[in-house]
Design a protein around this ligand. Structure first.
Ligand SMILES: [Zn+2]
Length: 151
């Protein structure tokens, strides 16, 4: 699923690290696939990208696709813009999403929908891919939406 950009234009575009560390993540999001790291030696998931496993110190880090289903671990509703490009944005919602399928690793994104909506810890969310095709190079952000939006 593709969506309109959640935040106002003008923010710095994310760029893959020059050393290639997070390249599988960014190529995955362009294909609307969510990839995270998983150790090939001990099967531990981890996020964000690192060269070494946090659990067993192995360098045999692989990438696996996950289904993009998670639950809200924490959240915040900034009312004061943290960047000049967001000066007319009004409040928006930042969520920390936990992925039970992947060892409860946590990812940061925005919660789509009404920026004044009630947010519940533990609510089920799913990844939504936000394409920025007109940027050079193009990129895709991962945002989150409630699986069962309030009626
Ligand atoms: Zn490991």
């Amino acid at each position: 699923m593709t969506t309109e950009p959640y935040l106002a234009p003008g923010l710095a575009a994310p760029r893959p690290a020059r050393d290639g560390l997070d390249e599988p993540y960014w190529t995955g999001t362009r294909e609307h696939r969510l990839r995270v790291q998983r150790c090939r030696d001990c099967d531990t998931y981890q996020w964000g990208p690192e060269w070494m496993c946090h659990n067993c110190q192995s360098f045999a880090i692989g990438w696996v696709e996950v289904d993009g289903r998670g639950r809200i671990y924490s959240w915040q509703r900034p009312h004061h813009p943290v960047h000049p490009a967001l000066s007319d944005q009004g409040p928006y919602i930042v969520v920390l999403v936990e992925l039970p399928e992947a060892g409860d690793i946590r990812m940061v994104g925005n919660l789509l929908g009404d920026p004044l909506q009630e947010v519940r810890i533990g609510a089920e969310v799913e990844a939504v891919f936000e394409d920025h095709d007109d940027d050079e190079p193009p990129y895709t952000l991962v945002q989150w939406q409630l699986v069962s939006p309030p009626a």
